[in-house]
Design a protein around this ligand. Structure first.
Ligand code: ADP
Length: 431
């Protein structure tokens, strides 16, 4: 009987036929067994990477292993946070109410304890003749006398154990042990994948909380500072001497700058947490929109912006427009003394389009290249840079990242820079 945690919803019907224990001809050891075993491991790994949920994967690993090795029990025990005991997470042939509730002490004198401490697989032919460890009371209660137990590794410490056990004495050979170990490795990969997903979910929750903080808790006192600074200026400006006025202007500038930074952070948090609607978008139209938004800036600086025909990509149009706008605005801002000259093009790169925004501006020194995408990292070395907050490129990278693309820059100081980013193509490659 297959049992699973109560919160598992998927119903898994393993394909039994592939994992039947292939009996080697008399006198011939394992080779014939290796194929169904390795295909069982590969199949579990494939399903783990694809559609199978984590809990269902634990169940399936138990079912497949029990069937392949023809053992009475197969189970996954998870180390509890106290590291003092293990909880039965999934198992074949365990009583229904045991899974998710029964624990086993992590006694170094038990097979599980020994395995977790040594990180080595332990093979027991008959526990009654075993002198390395005592049988655990739980295993004894289930009548288990033989088995293989392996660690399910996680990056720093074991996540738990995976074991195949029988009620009869049995000599498990090296192939059996390798098989159980391989299944444990697949589970280990699934544990890592799940930890990354959990970490991502926690990160997003923190960002959402941050967005709330930025919009309420920070904006309100900032609004008050600005308001009272304005009032002081209106009422007491006449009383201030030149030095007082200068000091006062620093305070006002500081408040304005902080408002810009808070707004940028809020924008970044919103982009990260927002549900996106990816649609087929004509990048030409989006680019035109970005140009229109920058019209005044372009006129003022006499910028010359040229573009080749741009493709249709799968993107959120507002976010793509934001990327164009930030990169164009930087290309204009960091153009140096000559009027800005910017060229934009896109080339197909597999399933993506690679955009390139090239300028002939001041360029970036090699030691700054990797850092300029970092939030709030900025270099004060061009006219007009007091406008910036060092968030534009971080925002662009975040947007591109969330579309599954990449972003980078190539630059030559005093010669110019080319910012590249990729976006998924809306249509497949035609041969
Ligand atoms: P900001 O422009 O507000 O400082 P960004 O995140 O957009 O913030 O850019 C970070 C830094 O990268 C800038 O301070 C600037 O030094 C550098 N940079 C960005 N774009 C260019 C460019 N086209 N040419 C030269 N330097 C650039």
């Amino acid at each position: 009987m297959l049992l699973r945690d109560p919160d598992v919803s998927e119903d898994i019907e393993p394909d039994d036929s592939a994992y039947e224990r292939a009996e080697p001809p008399p006198g011939e050891a394992g080779p014939r067994e290796q194929f169904p075993r390795s295909s069982a491991v590969a199949d579990l790994a494939r399903r783990g990477l694809q559609d199978l949920g984590f809990e269902a994967l634990l169940d399936e690993a138990c079912t497949i292993t029990a069937k392949t090795l023809d053992v009475d029990f197969c189970h996954v025990f998870k180390l509890r946070p106290s590291r003092r005991d293990l909880l039965l997470r999934a198992g074949v042939n365990w009583p229904e109410d045991h899974v998710g509730s029964v624990t086993m002490d992590l006694d170094p004198g038990s097979q599980n304890g020994y395995t977790v401490t040594s990180w080595q697989p332990t093979v027991v032919t008959d526990i009654r003749e075993e002198d390395r460890f005592e049988p655990s009371s739980l295993m004894e209660k289930m009548g288990i006398v033989s088995g293989v137990t392996v660690v399910i590794p996680a990056p720093q410490d074991p996540w738990g154990t995976f074991g195949a056990h029988s009620r009869e004495p049995r000599a498990f050979d090296e192939l059996d042990t390798t098989f159980v170990q391989s299944m444990g490795q697949v589970l280990s990969a699934a544990v890592s994948k799940r930890r990354i997903e959990d970490e991502k979910a926690r990160y997003e929750t923190r960002l959402k909380r941050f967005a709330y903080t930025a919009s309420h808790d920070l904006q309100e006192p900032l609004r008050m500072v600005t308001m009272y600074l304005n009032l002081i200026e209106q009422r007491y400006d006449d009383l201030l001497d030149e030095e007082g006025k200068e000091l006062f202007s620093y305070a006002t500038e500081g408040a304005q700058r902080m408002r810009k930074m808070v707004n940028s952070l809020l924008q970044l948090a919103e982009i990260t947490t927002q549900e996106k609607t990816l649609e087929a978008v004509d990048a030409n139209a989006v680019f035109e929109q970005a140009l229109a938004n920058l019209d005044v800036h372009i006129q003022e600086t006499n910028a010359e912006i040229t573009t080749e025909d741009l493709p249709t990509v799968k993107a959120d149009p507002d976010q793509l427009s934001q990327v164009f706008q930030n990169l164009l605005s930087n290309a204009i801002k960091y153009s140096g003394d000559a009027p800005p000259r910017v060229h934009v093009k896109a080339d197909r790169a597999g399933g993506f389009w690679q955009f390139a925004i090239h300028d002939e501006g001041i360029g970036i020194e090699p030691q700054h290249i990797d850092k300029i995408f970092t939030l709030f990292y900025r270099l004060d070395r061009a006219k007009g840079t007091e406008e910036g907050t060092g968030t534009g490129l971080a925002l662009c990278e975040q947007i591109v990242d969330q579309h599954g693309g990449r972003m980078w820059v190539e630059s030559e100081p005093e010669e110019g820079s080319t910012f590249f980013f990729t976006m998924p193509a809306a249509t497949p490659l035609t041969s």
